[in-house]
Design a protein around this ligand. Structure first.
Ligand SMILES: Cc1cc2nc3c(=O)[nH]c(=O)nc-3n(C[C@H](O)[C@H](O)[C@H](O)COP(=O)(O)OP(=O)(O)OC[C@H]3O[C@@H](n4cnc5c(N)ncnc54)[C@H](O)[C@@H]3O)c2cc1C
Length: 461
């Protein structure tokens, strides 16, 4: 327990709410998206102003307790919370300010992608975001980030123009291509290792508000042929098209036809973000193949596509993930998908395959700390159980499946899909040849490793 007297004095200017274990709101305040995580911070410092973060950080350092930073609270590993330490909680700071002339957005560190999309789409603008609207902008961006628009406009972090950051020594700096360049390089993919971002500035793009998108649903017994066709189809896909795969029990969500709910299904989900007539022509062979048992591809609002998966991954269920980057799907990888995807016990567990390449791959590998430029896909094997709590049989399903896929993977992994039990070798695998440079930048900006509630990069001198 942190001493109350000291706390009141040290945090005298704090404008937000200080929540301690004895306070009424504590149990709620320490809940995050993943209901399998159970950590008890000594203090949750819920910031109302950006300056609050500096006070909370100084206090944690004076008391020599751990510190964690919470954006959207969605990291599966639970890194938004630390045991017996101070959580700098940004959940009240969600403003997104758009400058439609310059096509830029200034974003506070607690904003969710739903906030971002609402503000930018009001001007027909967008930037590559995560594909679930209740995920945080902050954690996703500092880990790299990809979504429906990434093949056209790159990783989320490729669209950052600048950040304002609070560093471990309490100083506040701006980082951009022309200022603190090494820090800017590192924070675009290197996670929360280098400091606390208090404001993001993004470049936006003229998307308009409509995309051609939605799932094609196939039965599991069609999956081999469909996956083989998918592989050929996407080999020549233009940048405006991303096609994701979701192997799962068809969920009881509004958009799934009632008679298909509960079947073992493969969802092939295109999202075309270019000229809509051209998209209709390009998608024709994909939609004709099979044929699917349901074709739900339509012209729809981008924001509707963005929220399509929201209800399938609600807050406070138990979740456990494992992930690889993949090259184009090999026959061996397809065999593993067919053998493993549906052999789970929870209907909520699923496999998601992101389609990368395009603009992501066109930047040099060392243009920032972010990974994935050499991968065709990221696969996320997601054990999910509505009852919450730390244990579920699908955790073993997930681990075994991950092991079976390993020979068909690139050896790399997206840092934001790592769990908290993976170890240093996997963090190194996430950064590959960029790890040493990151560790040296870490030594410059955070030599004492104050920011270690993350996929940690240890400082080397
Ligand atoms: C349902 C769901 C859908 C997802 N979809 C996608 C997707 O489409 N694409 C994708 O790329 N990823 C996706 N992810 C993964 C996502 O990128 C990570 O979970 C990410 O960490 C979430 O960010 P957050 O702010 O919500 O997380 P938090 O748990 O709040 O933060 C995670 C970590 O980020 C760092 N961090 C947070 N805020 C700051 C800050 N202000 N300054 C510095 N560091 C900070 C800290 O290290 C913190 O521990 C998804 C995750 C979930 C749960």
């Amino acid at each position: 327990m942190l001493p109350t007297m000291k706390l009141t004095t040290a945090l005298a200017g704090f404008k937000g709410t200080l929540i301690r274990p004895d306070d009424a709101g504590y149990e709620d305040a320490r809940r995050i998206w993943n209901g399998a995580i159970d950590r008890r911070p000594a203090l949750i410092a819920r910031c109302e102003a950006e300056e609050d973060a500096a006070l909370a950080l100084a206090y944690a350092q004076a008391e020599a307790v751990p510190v964690a930073v919470r954006g959207g609270g969605h990291n599966v590993s639970g890194s938004a919370l630390c045991e017996a330490g101070v959580v700098i909680d940004f959940s009240m700071l969600r403003r997104v300010e758009v400058d439609p002339e310059r096509r830029t957005a200034r974003v506070q560190p607690g904003a969710l992608w739903g906030d971002f999309d609402a503000a930018t789409q009001a001007h027909g603008l967008a930037a590559p975001a995560g594909i679930v609207t209740h995920t945080g902008v902050a954690g996703l961006t500092v880990g790299g980030g990809f979504g429906w628009l990434s093949r056209r406009w790159g990783l989320t972090s490729d669209n950052l123009l600048s950040v304002r950051m609070l560093l471990a020594d309490g100083s506040e700096v701006r980082a951009a291509e022309d200022e603190n360049e090494d820090l800017f390089w590192a924070v675009r993919g290197g996670g929360g290792n280098f400091g606390v971002v208090t404001e993001f500035e993004f470049q936006l793009h003229p998307l308009g508000t409509t995309v051609l998108a939605g799932p094609l649903i196939y039965r599991a017994d069609q999956a081999r042929e469909v996956l083989q066709h998918y592989r050929e189809f996407i080999a020549g896909a233009p940048d405006e098209l991303g096609v994701y795969l979701n192997l799962r029990t068809a969920p009881p969500l509004d958009w799934v036809p009632e008679h298909l709910r509960g079947i073992d299904a493969l969802l092939v989900i295109p999202c075309w973000c270019g000229d809509l007539d051209e998209g209709e022509a390009i998608l024709r062979p994909l939609r004709a193949f099979g044929p699917p048992v349901a074709d739900l591809v339509q012209r729809k609002r981008y924001t509707a596509q963005q929220s399509m998966f929201d209800a399938g991954v609600p807050h406070h269920w138990g979740y456990y993930w494992k992930s690889h980057y993949l090259p184009p799907l090999s026959d061996g990888a397809i065999d593993v998908l067919l053998e493993r995807s549906w052999r789970k016990s929870s209907p909520a567990s699923y496999t998601l395959i992101f389609h990368l390449g395009g603009a992501i791959a066109r930047l040099p590998e060392d243009s920032s700390a972010a990974s994935g430029r050499d991968a065709a896909h990221a696969i996320n094997i997601n054990a999910a159980w509505p009852e919450g709590g730390p244990r579920h049989p699908d955790i073993n399903w997930c681990r075994d499946y991950f092991g079976a896929m390993e020979p068909h993977a690139t050896g790399g992994v997206y840092v934001n899909f790592l769990h908290n039990d993976e170890g240093e070798a996997r963090v190194r695998a996430a950064y590959g040849p960029r790890y040493e440079r990151l560790a040296r930048i870490k030594a410059r900006y955070d030599p004492d490793n104050v920011f270690k509630s993350n996929q940690n990069i240890r400082p080397i001198r």
